[in-house]
Design a binder for this molecule. Structure first.
Ligand SMILES: NC(=O)c1ccc[n+]([C@@H]2O[C@H](COP(=O)([O-])OP(=O)(O)OC[C@H]3O[C@@H](n4cnc5c(N)ncnc54)[C@H](O)[C@@H]3O)[C@@H](O)[C@H]2O)c1
Length: 448
C-alpha cells in the first residue's frame, strides 16, 4: 500500500517540523491545528517557533503548494490517506499525562472517517502512556467512525526529535519504532517511511503499540537519568579539592558502553519533554502498582541542582538580597526559543525568592520568557547591557553567543566582576583575576 497524502494534526514543534519535512520531499501535506491564529500565521509563511532552517522550508513548501494549511478536520481527512496526530500531551497538576488533546483529535478524526471511503491510516506521534493507543485512541476512533481495524489502520510511532535540531533529526533519525496492532497498518507505515527516506532508511523496530509507547518513555527517562547521574557526581566534585566533573565525564564517556553524550553537568534537565515524561512514567508506574526508585532519584537530583547553583552564587557574592545579577540564557537549551520547564527560568525564580534583582538576556527566547517572568525582572537586548553595573553574572544557557565573554569585559562592565558558569562553557584559567565558580568544579588543590 502506498500512502502519500498526509495530514498533520497539531502544528507545534513536532507537527510543523514534520509537515515541512514531508512537504519538502514531495508528499502532499495538509497541516491542521485547532489554534486558528496559529494556522493563519503559518499560512502567511511565519513560524510560531524558532527552529533552524524551518522558516525557509515552510516558505518553500507553501510556495510550491506541497503544504496546505487548513482548519477543518473533514477536509484534512478527505485530502489525505494517512494522518499523524502530533498534539500536545502536557502534565496534569498531579504529574500524570493529560490525554484530552489526543482524545479530541482522535474523536475528530474518527468522526471524519465515518463517510470516507478507502483505507486510512492513523498514526499517533504524540508521546502517550503505555496502553493509550489500544485503550483510548482505538476505542474513540471506532465509536466515532463506526469502522473496525482493517477498514482503517492504527499505529503508535514515537517521535525522538531534539528541539534545535528538529529537521536534521526528522531527516536522519537513529531509528524508527512502529507500534502496530495489525500487519497491514505496520506495513503501510513502513512503506511510507521507505518512500520518505529512500536509500538512507534508518533501522526499524516493529512491535506492539504498548511496547512502542513504553520505549518512548523509557528512552527519555534514561537520558534524564544520565544527566542526573553526572549532576550527582558534580556535587561530589564541588566538594573535592582539585576535582572537575568535566574531566570525569570525559573519562567515563570514553567507555563505549557509556558514551560521552548527556554527561554534561549543569542546571539539570528541563524543556517540554523530559520533565513531563519522567513524571508521567513515575505516575504511570504508580497507577499499575509499580515503584520506580531510579526515576524518583533522577527527579530528586534534578531539583537539587538549582539550590546547588544558588549556594555557589552565595559563595561568590555572599547574601543575594539586593544584589544585581545578570542571567545569560533563558531558553531550556541553545538553538530554540522554547522556555517550557527551562532550568534557567527556575534559577531566575529562585534568585528572586532569595531577594536578588535580576536582569536577563537571551538571543532568541526573551519574548517567550517575558510571558512567564513578566515585570519581575528587567530585560536586556545585548550582553553588554545585561552585565552593566551588576554584582554577579550567571551563565544559565550555553548559547555560543556567550563564548565571547572575557575577563576584561566583565571587569569593564560589572560593578563587582564575578562569574558563575552553570553550563561549563568557560575555561576557569581565563577568569583568574575575578571571582569565578562553576558547577562541578572543586576548590583548588593546594598541593597541585
Ligand atoms: N517538542 C519536542 O521536542 C518533542 C519531541 C518528541 C516528542 N514530543 C511529543 O510530541 C507531542 C507534541 O509536542 P510539541 O512540542 O510539538 O507540542 P506543542 O505544544 O508545541 O504543539 C501542539 C499543538 O497541537 C495543537 N492541538 C492541540 N489539540 C489539538 C486538536 N485537538 N486538534 C488540532 N490541533 C491541536 C496545539 O494548538 C499546538 O499547536 C507531545 O506529545 C510531545 O511530548 C515532543
Amino acid at each position: 500500500m502506498h500512502l502519500s497524502k498526509v495530514a498533520v494534526v497539531g502544528l507545534g514543534y513536532v507537527g510543523l517540523s514534520l509537515a515541512c519535512a514531508l512537504a519538502s520531499r514531495g508528499f502532499e501535506v495538509v497541516g491542521l491545528d485547532k489554534d486558528y491564529e496559529k494556522v493563519m500565521m503559518i499560512k502567511r509563511g511565519l513560524t510560531p517557533i524558532y527552529e533552524e532552517g524551518l522558516d525557509k522550508l515552510l516558505r518553500k513548501s507553501l510556495d510550491d503548494g506541497s503544504l496546505k494549511l487548513i482548519y477543518d478536520y473533514e477536509e484534512a481527512v478527505e485530502r489525505s490517506n494517512l494522518c499523524f496526530i502530533c498534539v500536545g500531551t502536557p502534565s496534569k497538576p498531579d504529574g500524570s499525562v493529560d490525554l484530552s488533546y489526543v482524545e479530541d483529535a482522535s474523536r475528530m478524526i474518527g468522526r471524519s472517517l465515518r463517510n470516507r471511503r478507502g483505507y486510512y491510516l492513523v498514526v499517533i506521534r504524540s508521546t502517550v502512556p503505555p496502553g493509550t493507543t489500544i485503550n483510548v485512541v482505538k476505542r474513540i476512533i471506532e465509536e466515532e467512525s463506526g469502522k473496525s481495524l482493517g477498514d482503517y489502520g492504527l499505529c503508535f510511532n514515537p517521535e525522538f526529535l531534539r528541539e534545535g535540531e528538529a529537521l536534521q533529526d526528522i531527516f536522519n533519525p537513529d531509528r524508527i519504532i512502529i507500534g502496530c496492532l495489525d500487519e497491514t497498518s505496520g506495513e503501510a507505515l513502513l512503506n511510507f517511511y521507505r518512500s520518505f527516506h529512500g536509500d538512507s532508511m534508518p533501522p526499524v523496530l516493529v512491535t506492539t503499540p504498548t511496547n512502542a509507547e513504553l520505549i518512548k518513555y523509557a528512552n527519555n527517562a534514561f537520558l534524564a537519568m544520565k544527566i542526573s547521574f553526572i549532576n550527582m557526581i558534580s556535587q561530589l566534585c564541588q566538594n573535592l579539592p582539585g576535582a572537575d566533573v568535566k574531566v570525569v565525564a570525559n573519562g567515563i564517556g570514553m567507555d563505549r558502553r557509556i558514551g560521552r553524550e548527556f554527561l554534561n553537568a549543569g542546571l539539570g534537565w528541563g524543556g517540554s519533554c523530559f520533565p513531563k515524561d519522567v513524571m508521567g512514567l513515575l505516575r504511570f508506574g504508580e497507577s499499575i502498582g509499580v515503584k520506580l526508585p531510579l526515576i524518583e532519584a533522577t527527579i530528586e537530583v534534578n531539583e537539587a541542582q538549582i539550590i546547588g547553583a544558588i549556594k555557589l552564587a552565595e559563595k561568590l557574592v555572599g547574601d543575594l538580597r539586593g544584589k544585581n545579577i545578570a542571567v545569560l540564557g533563558l531558553a531550556f537549551k541553545p538553538g530554540t526559543d522554547d522556555v517550557r520547564e527551562s532550568r534557567s527560568i527556575k534559577l531566575v525564580e529562585k534568585l528572586l525568592e532569595y531577594g536578588a534583582k535580576v536582569r536577563v538576556h537571551d538571543p532568541r527566547a526573551l519574548e517567550k520568557a517575558r510571558e512567564i517572568l513578566r515585570e519581575k525582572v528587567s530585560y536586556a537586548s545585548s550582553i553588554e547591557e545585561c552585565l552593566s553595573g551588576t554584582d554577579l553574572c550567571i551563565l544559565a544557557t550555553e548559547w555560543s553567543e556567550y563564548k565571547v565573554l572575557k575577563q576584561e569585559m566583565l571587569e569593564k562592565l560589572m560593578k563587582n566582576p564575578a562569574l558563575l558558569d552553570c553550563r561549563r562553557l568557560y575555561d576557569p584559567k581565563e577568569f583568574e583575576r575575578i571571582k569565578f565558580a562553576a558547577i562541578g568544579l572543586g576548590p583548588p588543590n593546594s598541593s597541585q
